[in-house]
Design a protein around this ligand. Structure first.
Ligand code: FAD
Length: 388
């Protein structure tokens, strides 16, 4: 079998659907095929770590099914369909068992990011879940209900781990969270802000283990025993792994497209292969890997113009991220990776205003917690654009 379309988009996450929505503002008719390995339901991924607070199952979080999205976008949406190869010379992609080839004029890779799986041993690994899409969320919620779960051990005290810690506590589940570093959200926040988040979550009943790694998850009677490399053991009913994500680069790499941390693109979102573009969590745009919603929306607007005839480079303003830990709200705007400067911190209990300042006094980033988050607008105005 074979098919063809002017534009083929692989991925129906916020990046893929966001792009096609933008394209349809400029071009209502050109044939578009969208292909997804999952069921193609539209949903807001950030809501996955608010589902217990809102008491919403996967169906509740889903906004529209693939058929409805296809109608809205005048696109053909192929679901449960995995792309296994790209022939960048012939401009075709291969689906599944090689029986179907799709020819593209323009191809967009919006493949997302894979969860990182920590190297854990033991006889109960089927009880270690991770939640990175709606189907994962459905599995996790089903397991919580089926196993009558009262207590979850969360591996990872970063952004996603802390959001789930807060969300599951709100859902009435007891939580112990393990992270090898020293405080909450350690890669984005200075210590004072991370400790404020920790204190806010502890006040809601969370228990943290900072320093050790999880080494094993084993069955222990009707419960699970999570072993840490400092000798401690945590008893729980289910484990949620949230140690981070990594851009999905395998398909591009195997097809000879340049990759680094992500699929390498310039500011036009062009990859190293002609007529192949990348965006969203899988892309490394002019050196930036930013696995958040605001950058992919900026990419969608620019790429939609490029694909409809007006070549447009993506620009990034400063894009602070709001972390959904209502026990201690956080807004963070990380400084660029190679930025030199130091933190200047004001603190009053859980309220922290931390400014990352260069030696010439310029503000390069900030981390705000509690009442400190009220300063977001004022500080955001002082930040330089990430990519002007
Ligand atoms: P995805 O949504 O992962 O979509 C990837 C798509 O590619 C899927 O449809 C998949 O099926 C498809 N695909 C992959 N490989 C293939 C293949 N070979 N063949 C066919 N299809 C394929 N960001 C924020 O800015 N703010 C937040 O508050 C926030 N909260 C978050 C909370 C959680 C729990 C998580 C997990 C993330 C959060 N993020 C947040 C990050 C944000 O959700 C992501 O940056 C964004 O959703 C990524 O969208 P995407 O379309 O690039 O990837």
């Amino acid at each position: 079998a074979s098919a063809e379309a002017a534009i083929v988009v692989i991925g129906t996450g916020l990046a893929g659907y966001g792009l096609v929505r933008e394209i349809r503002k400029h071009d209502k008719e050109s044939p578009i095929i969208m292909i997804s390995a999952d069921d193609g339901r539209a949903y807001s991924k950030p809501m996955l770590s608010t589902g217990f607070t809102k008491n919403m199952d996967a169906d509740g979080l889903a906004q529209k099914d693939a058929g409805g999205m296809g109608e809205d976008l005048n696109a053909s949406v192929w679901t449960l369909t995995k792309v296994t190869a790209i022939d960048t010379a012939a401009q075709t992609i291969t689906i599944g068992d090689k029986a179907t080839q799709v020819h593209y004029k323009k191809l967009v890779l919006a493949l997302g990011a894979d969860v990182i799986r920590p190297p854990i041993k033991g006889d109960a690994l089927e009880y270690v879940y991770s939640v990175n899409d709606l189907l994962d969320y459905d599995d996790f919620r089903t397991a919580v209900a089926k196993n009558n779960v009262k207590k979850v051990c969360i591996i990872g005290g970063g952004l996603i781990g802390c959001e789930f810690t807060n969300d599951l506590l709100n859902g009435g589940i007891e939580i112990e969270t393990v992270d090898p570093l020293g405080y909450c959200i350690p890669t984005l926040l200075p210590e004072a802000a991370g400790k404020a988040v920790q204190a806010g979550l502890e006040a809601k009943g969370a228990k943290f283990h900072f320093g050790p790694l999880v080494t094993e998850v084993n069955k222990a009677g009707s419960a699970l025993a999570v072993s840490l490399n400092n000798g401690d053991t945590i008893s729980c009913d289910l484990v949620l792994s949230a140690v981070g994500v990594r851009p999905q680069i395998a398909l591009a790499q195997e097809s000879g497209i340049a990759v680094n941390r992500g699929i390498v693109t310039n500011r036009l979102l062009e990859t190293s292969a002609p007529n192949v573009y990348a965006m969203g969590d899988c892309a490394e745009v002019a050196g930036h890997v930013l696995v958040y919603v605001a950058p992919l929306m900026a990419q969608a607007r620019a790429l939609a113009k490029t694909l409809t005839g007006e070549a447009t480079e993506v620009s990034y303003p400063a894009m602070p991220v709001t972390i959904k830990t209502p026990a201690c709200p956080v807004t963070v705007s990380p400084a660029p990776r190679d930025a030199e400067g130091s933190w200047e911190i004001e603190q009053d209990g859980l309220n922290v205003v931390a400014r990352f300042v260069a030696s010439n006094g310029d503000l390069l980033g900030f981390a705000l917690t509690g009442e400190g988050t009220k300063q977001k607008m004022a500080l955001q105005k002082q930040l330089p654009a990430i990519m002007p």
